[in-house]
Design a protein around this ligand. Structure first.
Ligand code: XIL
Length: 376
């Protein structure tokens, strides 16, 4: 680490009201203490997919076909670091269903082949969601045909990829306590047309179409101290599904972390334990750390982003039920949070690799926490 980075690092910690001893971390408050001190990795350090595999974990990222085909350098780094690939957009309704009666699997198949050729697991994302819908959805899907349309979509899509998909996000973001329903569910088109049982119907259909894939319920905003209601409502949904013997195998925790929003390690740990006690696996499906609230200075910013990765992963990777860690993108060259643009218009740096494909401190945070994770 350069002397300047070190000084800036101390500045960061001092800013958080921390006294720093010779070991760098001595008086860090428990909830902010990174598990392992961070430094930049050497160029030939083992890739994340290998570090993960040593613990029987998967590490990978979401990406799009167009990035892999137009940017061979990015593709080579993706192959090097990733043991699992999530199609970022190609398996959403919008992309699979150009018209009400058509299915277009070209881009999904391309990604499935890319994953297979590079010994990567493939994730399916996502079958039932209130977003990512095609423009014709609102005019063609109604209470009379919604059940058949949803089931036909699941049967066709899961059937098409059967045997090739490690895990499917069957239902995405169905819980929303702010809608004030007793069951905690989100008022979305599926709920309005089919009632709350649309969730179990979707899981049943997915299980019938591919009995060998992990069926995942994926949810956002479960991570922060302030997310008590979301955690409670999600857990209640999972309990109801398990009690009804619905075929569900894992919870997907998206993990879109915003810098400066507090993580409560104890609450997070308890939640992971409760989910695991239901006999479910847990996948971290969409991890990234928004740097919007952090200083423009790149050394300081990267360190603060990495500290959040570390704080979060030091909790979740210690939970044995967690079987995969997927970041929502690999390199800052391709990020999804365009709406999170910084006020100073500096380019955001939320991911493990920078725009030149150099490993950042966020990469080290992931690597260190994979090394510290118990073997599955
Ligand atoms: C996002 C993609 O990254 C964008 O490219 C797309 O325009 C919109 O969707 N939660 C999810 C993902 O489950 O599907 C979203 O992906 C990000 C939030």
């Amino acid at each position: 680490m350069k002397r300047r980075d070190f000084v800036l690092g101390l500045g960061t910690m001092a800013g958080a009201g921390v006294a720093v001893g010779v070991d760098g971390w001595r008086s860090h408050p428990v909830h902010q203490r990174p598990s392992v001190a961070l430094s930049l990795p050497s160029h030939d350090a083992q890739p994340l997919r290998e570090l993960a595999a040593q613990k029987n974990l998967l590490y990978g990222a979401a990406t799009q076909k167009r990035f892999l085909t137009s940017d061979p350098i990015f593709a080579s780094y993706f192959q090097r670091e990733c043991g699992v690939l999530t199609p970022e957009v190609e398996l959403k309704w919008k992309r699979l269903r150009p018209t009400p009666n058509e299915f277009n699997f070209n881009d999904g198949d391309w990604l499935a082949n890319f994953a297979a050729q590079n010994q990567m697991a493939l994730r399916g994302h996502t079958l039932v969601w209130h977003k990512g819908l095609p423009p014709w959805f609102a005019t063609h899907i109604n209470a009379l045909n919604a059940r058949d349309q949803m089931l036909k979509h699941i049967e066709t899509v899961v059937g098409h990829f059967a045997g090739r998909v490690h895990s499917w996000d069957v239902v995405n973001e169905a819980v929303f306590p702010l809608h004030h329903r007793r069951d905690g569910l989100r008022e979305n088109p599926w709920l309005q047309m089919l009632g709350p049982n649309y969730i179990e119907m979707a899981f049943q259909a997915a299980a019938a179409a591919d009995p060998n894939t992990l069926l995942v319920y994926n949810e956002v905003a479960l991570d922060f101290d302030e997310n008590d209601k979301k955690r409670a409502a999600t857990l209640a949904l999972l309990q109801r599904l398990k009690a009804k013997k619905v075929p569900i195998h894992a919870l997907g925790i998206q993990g879109h972390l915003r810098g400066k929003t507090k993580i409560n390690a104890e609450k997070l740990k308890t939640f992971l334990r409760e989910v695991s006690a239901l006999g479910l696996k847990i996948m971290i499906t969409e991890l990234d750390v928004t740097d919007r609230a952090f200083p423009r200075d790149i050394d300081q910013r990267d360190r603060q982003v990495a500290e959040i990765y570390s704080e979060y992963l030091s909790v979740v990777l210690q939970e044995p039920a967690v079987n995969a860690l997927i970041t929502w993108g690999l390199s800052d060259r391709y990020i999804w949070l365009k709406n999170e643009a910084r006020k100073d218009v500096a380019l955001p740096r939320p991911l493990p690799l920078d725009r030149q494909m150099n490993r950042k401190l966020a990469w080290s945070a992931i690597a260190n926490n994979l090394k510290a994770a118990p073997k599955r």
